[in-house]
Design a protein. Structure first.
Length: 373
């Protein structure tokens, strides 16, 4: 149930990506210029300002309230008649979606024994990545039939239903800590400064997500040009190919138990990620290589994220604090990747884009050399 909730909630943040041309036709040519960036900003703010509440207030009412606000923001998007309303709603969607999913992940970690944490983390990650991958496809197909406004209206209703379901299924529990909000924020800063392993794994995650952002911020432009010339629906369907990355992440969670350590598997999947950009470069003109590269990249990034979470949530500290440090760094990596990816594509084309993605993953691989087995 938690993994399903994770997938449905995070999908709300990604529905807009294949719909940008359609929304711009409704609200004006420049109405969507900063929509994705505003959503990412809301996501980052939630990690710093709201996720820390997960340790100091009961999680069940917190999640329910956040989902209701998220549903309201989705409904506002569906009825938006100006760029201002659209951007405000987009920022609120990012804020509340980030707060929900990053409250559910550490909550799931508390439900199992430490030695069994790998599989539940893999299950949660599977739900989240499935939501991300399917969101683009679902958005393209539904909007083609009923329009983009109907999609957001349906998402709002589904999110309200999810709030009711989680309120009934999540067992009530007291807060993990009796602490003031300001003290919690200061504790997060001290945590990041004190744990070298947490900082390193956060940077590894940021570099891997940056490579992911490089690819997904530019591939739609490449596919819209010759020799592909795909429309939004076909681009959205291509995201389904990345579903193998979800399966790979789950397999890593099952096949790499804690007794084998995390360092060697992390290095192995990062090597696969670096190699994936060679295939993606060839995929600039050959669909088969593009699919191979896409599968390899998604598998590598998702598996790295899972291994990082197993390490991070194994640190003895309040888990909402750990989530804030790790996921804030991770998200900022994605923002940097998306921004630099667009610049690389505009200046150097697909070759520069693939080179940049490989560089980010090479940096992540280099960071593992400083980690003790």
């Amino acid at each position: 149930m938690l993994a399903t909730a994770y997938g449905l909630t995070i999908a709300n943040l990604y529905y807009c990506q294949p719909l940008l041309p359609e929304i711009s036709r409704s609200l004006g040519a420049h109405a969507v210029d900063h929509l994705i960036a505003v959503g990412q900003l809301g996501y980052a703010l939630a990690l710093v300002l709201i996720v820390p509440l997960g340790d100091i207030v009961p999680r069940r009412p917190l999640v329910a309230v956040l989902l209701c606000v998220n549903a309201t923001a989705l409904a506002l998007t569906g009825v938006a008649d100006s760029a201002g309303v659209l951007l405000a709603a987009g920022g609120l969607i990012g804020l509340t979606a980030a707060a929900v999913v990053n409250t559910l992940i550490p909550y799931a970690a508390t439900l199992v024994a430490p030695e069994e944490r790998g599989r539940p983390m893999a299950t949660m990650l599977t739900g989240g990545l499935t939501g991300i991958l399917l969101s683009r496809t679902v958005a393209g197909l539904v909007s083609q039939v009923a329009g983009w406004r109907a999609l957001f209206a349906a998402a709002a209703v589904l999110t309200l239903v999810l709030a009711v379901v989680l309120t009934r299924t999540m067992p009530p529990a007291p807060p993990d800590l009796a602490l003031a909000y300001r003290a919690q924020l200061l504790a997060i800063v001290r945590l990041g400064a004190a744990h070298r392993l947490l900082r390193r794994r956060s940077l590894i995650g940021a570099c891997s997500f940056a490579a992911f952002g490089v690819f997904w911020s530019t591939v739609a432009f490449r596919l819209a040009e010759p020799p592909y010339q795909y429309g939004p629906a076909r681009i959205g369907l291509l995201a389904l190919a990345g579903a193998a990355g979800v399966l790979a992440a789950r397999l890593v969670g099952r096949a790499a138990p804690d007794r084998l350590g995390h360092l060697r598997p992390t290095r192995a999947v990062l090597v696969v990620g670096v190699a994936s950009f060679a295939a993606l470069w060839l995929g600039g003109r050959h669909l088969a290589w593009l699919l191979i590269g896409l599968l390899a990249l998604d598998a590598a990034v998702n598996a790295t994220h899972l291994l990082n979470m197993r390490v991070v949530y194994g640190i003895q500290d309040a888990r909402a604090r750990l989530a804030t440090v790790y996921m804030t760094t991770y998200t900022l990596g994605g923002v940097i990747g998306a921004a630099t990816g667009s610049t690389a594509y505009a200046t150097g084309g697909w070759t520069a884009t693939c080179l940049l993605g490989a560089v980010f993953l090479t940096i992540a691989l280099a960071l593992t050399r400083t980690e003790n087995p």
